[in-house]
Design a protein around this ligand. Structure first.
Ligand code: CP
Length: 343
């Protein structure tokens, strides 16, 4: 595999990178994972600091970045809007409670080596694209790399861990059937970032991708077009269906999770009442043992946290085909590969 120089690059979406770049990150991740398992030192980021700004809650992302920076010899610093002046776009500032992103980004860049941000949903007024705009505004002003820890469009670090896990379990992914399916949840507050990044990730490696969801739960058309382009470029395929059983048939990997009814025009916010009505009409979109039996012995994947009894039964998520813990653990290793290269 060829390798590329990624030092100083922002990591906001896979779509800013080509497959060689992603392979370089994954190669590095596998290498660092082996070193970690063997107990070999790998302090390649000695004395470096990553600032992590969380507008939303997190278990996996926060702890994998924090532990990852420690294992690489550096430090990750947790920042919470409200406890620091909330970084804001021009025109959205409030005296002595917010601080313009241009100033926050430039100041943090003088003190550390990377800035990572999570922002989607409520802090953006559920206006699609605003989270991504905020992450890009940081990148515009920061002279150190900016990492997207999940915005309203993309969760690129999750996709690294997802692809890494599939490679570990299946080897070559080309021609394997990957199903990204919507699933019911009691919450309508899950963004589109994970399903969009998962199908983008699968499209870089020639997988046969099926996206399944009830009508009205469409993903961003720009993302779907990018996945179609990648499928042509990398020798895979892409189709959308509206039936969970049809999607699961002969699948090698299923990734059923909930996402909200999100207008993607950038002007219309998510409407919780409208979303709730569509969700409640589709409670049968739950992954059960019977649905898993339709597959080709598929891996069950989920980014977590999962809504048990809604998105999936305990029997499936705790069953033999589930790789959820390995997938979450690979957040650590995948991000260490990324950090080692871009910082
Ligand atoms: N999958 C994921 O991003 O998990 P957290 O929300 O816990 O960070």
């Amino acid at each position: 595999m060829a390798s590329t120089d990624l030092k100083g690059r922002d990591f906001i979406t896979w779509l800013d990178f080509d497959r060689e770049d992603i392979e370089t990150i994954l190669d590095t991740a596998f290498d660092l994972k082996r070193k970690w398992i063997r107990g070999e030192p790998h302090h390649v980021l000695q004395d470096k600091t990553l600032f992590m700004l969380f507008y939303n809650t997190s278990l996996r992302t926060r702890n994998s970045f924090e532990a990852g920076m420690t294992q690489l010899g550096g430090h990750a610093h947790f920042l919470q809007p409200g406890a620091v002046y909330t970084p804001a776009l021009p025109g959205e500032e409030q005296a002595y409670s917010t601080e313009r992103i241009a100033d926050v980004a430039r100041v943090l860049a003088e003190m550390g080596h990377g800035i990572a941000i999570r922002i989607y949903g409520k802090p953006t007024g559920w206006l699609y694209g605003k989270g991504n705009l905020i992450v890009r505004e940081f990148a515009r002003w920061s002279r150190v790399p900016v990492i997207n820890m999940e915005d309203d469009k993309y969760h690129p670090c999750q996709a690294l861990a997802d692809v890494m896990t599939m490679m570990e379990k299946l080897g070559d992914l080309k021609g394997r059937k990957f199903v990204m399916s919507w699933a019911y949840s009691g919450s309508v507050e899950k963004p589109l970032a994970v399903p969009q990044s998962a199908i983008i990730g699968a499209s870089y490696f020639g997988m046969d991708i099926t996206l399944a969801h009830p009508k009205g739960l469409d993903l961003d058309p720009e993302v779907l077009q990018a996945v179609e382009r990648n499928a042509k470029r990398y020798g895979g395929s892409f189709k959308v269906v509206h039936d969970m059983d049809e999607a699961f048939k002969d699948a090698d990997v299923v990734y059923p999770k909930s996402w909200t009814v999100q207008p993607t025009d950038g002007k219309t916010p998510m409407d919780p009442e409208k979303a709730k009505a569509i969700f409640e009409a589709n409670k049968h979109w739950i992954t059960t043992k019977e649905k898993m039996e339709l597959t080709n012995g598929a891996l069950y994947m989920h980014c977590l946290p999962a809504d048990r009894g809604m998105e999936v039964t305990d029997e499936v998520i705790d069953g033999e085909s589930s790789v959820i813990v390995e997938e979450a653990a690979n957040r650590l290793h995948a991000q260490k590969g990324l950090l080692a290269l871009i910082l």
